[in-house]
Design a protein around this ligand. Structure first.
Ligand SMILES: C[S@@+](CC[C@H](N)C(=O)[O-])C[C@H]1O[C@@H](n2cnc3c(N)ncnc32)[C@H](O)[C@@H]1O
Length: 316
């Protein structure tokens, strides 16, 4: 029986359903942390390759400490991620689950996104400070942000880039093949641009991001791939002062992050040549929370996985 704490009408059944959902949320939160660990330690990949195996066998195959692997397996079993046979104490990752948890699952690997939960948890103190003092928490405070974002980008941006996104603009592929000037704003670690640089050697690519850490990773990757048609620079998108410079400007998952999206979009427009194209891929969410409620349940991750692509042609 739940205690009624106010004089408002009280629906006992509604209250109990809410409490159950709340407890499920707590369990799912804890399970997400464990799924993140399973991804980072490659335990899911190890399990997917093994027949039913004991904890020591799994730990040996993964090259990890058995005591920790056993505890993690316990969480995976009670979380209904891994099957357990008490008769011979063996664990098995069903193929139907491996299809969404392993690196072999490529863009279907949902475990990648579990990493955002610990990443966000690590800045809780700074966020709470902001509730009292205002201000903000810089990207640099989010440990591993660019590493996780690069994995995310591989799945939500690069995987759809050549087959779905670029073909949305009539003639763009042909232009890229012929050779045009391209800028990617908020390029992060540069995964999308590097793939484009490889695919279209006649085009010239520039990536801007205001994170020196991300740009260092992007430049190192470009060098590793011996790409001479690509350059990455530390640049705040709100401070771009270029005119008539690019034939194509892209933003992948970067406009929703902006403190001043109006200024960034104006700068992008100015930097485009008169016949230039601006191509934006971003999260399908509304500024007004009322627009984020359809289908009864709105989760940021669902929205992230359902990113829409918006294409607009710059008008001179
Ligand atoms: C969600 S991440 C997306 C990164 C990349 N486009 C991708 O798909 O992996 C947003 C990126 O925008 C960058 N960013 C945010 N505001 C920026 C600004 N004003 N100028 C330049 N970069 C910015 C961040 O540093 C971060 O790398």
């Amino acid at each position: 029986m739940t205690t009624q704490l106010s004089t408002q009408p009280f629906d006992q059944a509604k209250s109990e359903v809410f409490a159950e959902n709340l407890l499920a949320t707590l369990n799912s939160g804890a399970l997400s942390l464990m799924i993140s660990i399973g991804h980072r330690t490659e335990l899911f990949d190890t399990l997917a390759d093994l027949p039913p195996a004991t904890s020591p066998q799994i730990a040996e195959a993964a090259g990890l400490n058995e005591r920790y692997v056993r505890e993690w397996l316990g969480a995976m079993v009670t979380g209904r991620v891994v099957d357990y046979n008490p008769a011979d104490k063996t664990y098995r990752l069903p193929a139907e689950h491996a299809a969404f948890l392993t690196r072999a699952a490529a863009s279907d690997n949902i475990a990648v996104f579990a990493q955002y939960i610990p990443l966000l948890g690590a800045v809780e103190d700074q966020i709470i400070d902001c509730f009292y003092k205002g201000g903000g928490v810089p990207y640099s405070a989010y440990k591993r942000f660019h590493a996780v974002m690069a994995e995310d980008s591989g799945q939500s941006v690069v995987s759809a880039l050549f087959d779905h996104v670029l073909p949305l603009v009539p003639g763009l592929i042909e232009d890229l093949e012929r050779g045009i000037d391209v800028l990617d704003v908020g390029c992060g670690s540069g995964r999308a641009l590097i793939r484009m640089g490889q695919a279209y050697p006649n085009s010239r690519f520039t990536g801007y991001d205001f994170s020196a850490e991300a740009i260092a990773i992007a430049n190192a990757e470009a060098q590793r791939h011996h790409l001479s048609n690509i350059q990455f620079q530390v640049q705040d998108a709100a401070q771009i002062e270029e005119g008539d410079r690019y034939d194509l400007i892209t933003t992948f998952d970067a406009i929703h992050d902006q403190a001043r999206p109006d200024i960034v979009l104006r700068n992008i427009r100015q930097a485009l040549r008169p016949t230039g194209i601006y191509l934006m891929q971003d999260i399908h969410a509304s500024t007004d929370v009322g627009g984020n409620l359809e289908q009864g349940a709105c989760h940021l991750l669902e929205r992230k996985l359902e990113q829409v692509v918006e294409v607009s042609t710059a008008v001179g």
